[in-house]
Design a protein around this ligand. Sequence first.
Ligand code: NI
Length: 139
Amino acid sequence: GERAAWARAAAPGETRDVAHGAVDITQKLASFSGHWSPKVVARLNDYEIKVVKVKGEFVWHTHDNTDELFIAVAGELTIQLRDGNVRLGPGQLFVVPRGVEHCPVAEGEVHALLIEPTGVVNTGDAGGALTASYDDSLV
Ligand code: NI
């Protein structure tokens, strides 16, 4: 969707009005049902905060140019790494360092937050059918 004026990065020295209001993560997550399609809910400098629902196994991939932050909100998320797995329960986070191959997997449905630079593709270098199109319709 069209980016709201308040959601654009401010130019140096620019002042502007601010739209006040909490972003309700639970409400955002309740507003869609598809899996593996991250949706932007807020922006932070050059980063985006996204909500996502996942279930089943994703695809092994690498982000060569950025770290990637996962925060579990509901359910248990396993982030498979080549040298072991990281299990995240609600309220727990993990940062996948740049260049480290990973593959999220969830037995049941998991709700999660992602924080990563604008423009990061969910499947990284792997591509394929699970590559999500950019979605900022919830901002
Ligand atoms: Ni990733």
